[in-house]
Design a protein around this ligand. Structure first.
Ligand code: ZN
Length: 421
C-alpha cells in the first residue's frame, strides 16, 4: 500500500504555518459547539441531533452534504480543483457512562439505548472534541481554498464505540456518493498534555475480536443431582481461567490478550443449568497471531468440554469487533515531519494502545492508505493519575486542545494537497 501515494515534497513548515494562522477561524463558535455537544451527548446508533448539527454547520461553510449514511453518518464534500481526494474523519457517538466531572457543561443526559435500556450518556471518549476540531479544520481549509487544490471529504461517523458505524457507512454506499479517497486521516484526543500531538508509522491500535461461546452441560440421566451431571458453570470457569495461560504457552511473547467480559448461566427458580454463555474479547497485533489465538481459544473449549463428557460440543459465534489500525508510512512519515516542523517540542511519542477503532474499515475495501494520530487534552501540570478516555472524570482542557486538534487536522490535509502556483 505504501507505493500508492505519489510523493510530492512536503510544503515548507513556515509556509504551512502562514496558511494556518491567516485562515484559522475564531475559536469561539467551535468552543461553544463543543460545550453544547458535551452537554447533549447521544449514544451509539442514535446520534440524531449531533448529526443534524454537524451537517448544518458543514452546509453553512459551503460543503455539499450527504447525511443519513449507515444510520446517522454525514459526509461533507468540498471540490476545489484537481488534486488528491482526502478523507478526514471524526466520530459522532458518546458512551453509556454517568458523567462525574465538575465542568459547568457536564452532561446529565439519559437515553434509551439500542437494546432498550435507559442509560446515562457522556462524551467520555472525547468524540465531542474530535468533532469540534474537525469542523474547525474544515472551516480553516475552506477559508484557505485559494492556497490548495484537491477534494476534501469530511466524514462524521456514527456508532464507533460499538465499532459498527464505519462498516455501516461503507455498506450503505458511502463510495457511491463520494469518490474513493487517495488517503484518509483521523485523530483522537487522549490524556497526554494539552497542546501535544503524537504520530507514528505501523500499528497504533489493536485488532479486537468478540467470541461468544455456549458451553452445554451434561445429561442428568433422570436425576437433577448436580454431582451426577456435567455442570457447565464450574466447567466454563475452569476453561476461562486457563485461557490466557494456554495462549501464552503456545505463542510465547507475542502480543495477545484474552479477556472474559460477560458470563451468564442459569435462571432463577430452576436448579438445572443447561448451558453457560461466555463473551470473550481477544486483542492481538499480528494477523497470523490473531488466527492462532482464535484457534487456541476454540481448541481449549472443545478439548475441555469433550474430556468433561458433555453430550454436545460448545457453540462458537465469532465477530470481528475492529481490525488492526496500522498507519501507512507513506502518510504517517510525511505527517511526522510536518508535525515536527509545526509543533516542534510538542510532538511526543505515540504509544501503541490496547484500544480498538473501526476507522480502517473505511479504507479496507479500496486499500486506501491512512494515518491516525493522537492529540493531548489534559491540562499541563495536572496531578497524576489523570483521567483517561472512557473515565467518568474525562474532561479535556478546552481551548489549547481544540486549537491543537484543528491545526493538526488542517496541517495534515495541507501536507498532501497540491499548492496553487
Ligand atoms: Zn473514541
Amino acid at each position: 500500500m505504501t507505493g500508492s501515494i505519489p510523493q510530492h515534497p512536503i510544503p515548507h513548515p513556515e509556509l504551512l504555518r502562514a496558511v494556518i494562522e491567516s485562515h484559522r477561524p475564531d475559536i469561539g463558535p467551535y468552543a461553544d459547539f463543543y460545550r453544547h455537544i458535551h452537554q447533549h451527548p447521544e449514544i451509539s446508533g442514535k446520534e440524531i441531533k449531533t448529526s443534524e448539527l454537524v451537517a448544518s454547520h458543514l452546509r453553512g461553510l459551503g460543503y455539499t452534504v450527504h447525511s443519513g449514511i449507515g444510520g446517522y453518518g454525514v459526509v461533507g464534500v468540498l471540490e476545489n480543483g484537481p488534486g488528491k481526494v482526502i478523507l478526514m474523519r471524526a466520530e459522532l457517538d458518546a458512551l453509556p457512562i454517568l458523567e462525574q466531572t465538575s465542568v459547568p457543561y457536564r452532561s446529565e443526559h439519559r437515553m434509551i439505548d439500542r437494546y432498550g435500556n435507559e442509560r446515562p450518556v457522556m462524551h467520555a471518549c472525547g468524540h465531542d472534541m474530535n468533532m469540534a476540531a474537525l469542523l474547525m479544520a474544515s472551516s480553516l481549509l475552506k477559508a484557505a481554498s485559494q492556497r490548495w487544490t484537491g477534494t476534501l471529504l469530511v466524514v462524521f461517523q456514527p456508532d464507533e464505540e460499538e465499532t459498527g458505524g464505519a462498516q455501516a457507512m461503507v455498506d450503505d454506499g458511502l463510495y457511491d456518493l463520494v469518490p474513493v479517497p487517495d488517503l484518509m486521516l483521523a485523530q483522537h484526543v487522549v490524556s497526554s498534555d494539552a497542546g501535544t500531538v503524537a504520530i507514528r508509522s505501523g500499528p497504533v491500535l489493536v485488532a479486537a475480536d468478540s467470541l461468544r461461546v455456549r458451553v452445554i452441560g451434561g445429561p442428568c440421566e433422570g436425576s437433577a443431582n448436580p454431582q451426577v451431571c456435567v455442570d457447565p458453570i464450574p466447567l466454563s470457569m475452569r476453561i476461562i481461567s486457563g485461557l490466557q495461560d494456554a495462549v501464552t504457552n503456545e505463542i510465547g511473547n507475542e502480543d495477545a490478550t484474552v479477556a472474559c467480559w460477560g458470563f451468564h448461566a442459569g435462571e432463577p427458580g430452576n436448579d438445572y443449568v443447561a448451558y453457560a454463555d461466555i463473551l470473550l474479547d481477544i486483542k492481538t497485533i499480528e494477523p497470523d497471531v490473531r488466527l492462532r489465538v482464535l484457534d487456541i481459544v476454540k481448541r481449549s473449549f472443545l478439548e475441555e468440554c469433550r474430556s468433561a463428557g458433555v453430550p454436545r460440543d460448545p457453540e462458537f459465534n465469532h465477530t470481528v469487533r475492529a481490525p488492526l489500525t496500522s498507519n501507512d508510512d507513506a502518510i504517517a512519515g510525511p505527517l511526522a515531519q510536518a508535525f515536527k516542523g509545526y509543533f516542534a517540542e510538542s510532538v511526543v511519542d505515540m504509544p501503541f494502545t490496547r484500544a480498538c477503532e473501526d476507522f480502517s474499515i473505511l479504507a479496507a475495501a479500496h486499500k486506501v492508505p491512512y494515518a491516525y494520530w493522537n492529540f493531548g487534552g489534559t491540562p499541563r501540570g495536572m496531578e497524576k493519575p489523570v483521567p483517561s478516555n472512557h473515565s467518568p472524570f474525562f474532561a479535556p482542557e478546552l481551548h489549547t486542545t481544540l486549537k491543537t486538534g484543528a491545526d493538526a487536522m488542517a496541517l495534515a490535509a495541507l501536507t498532501f494537497l497540491a499548492e496553487t502556483p
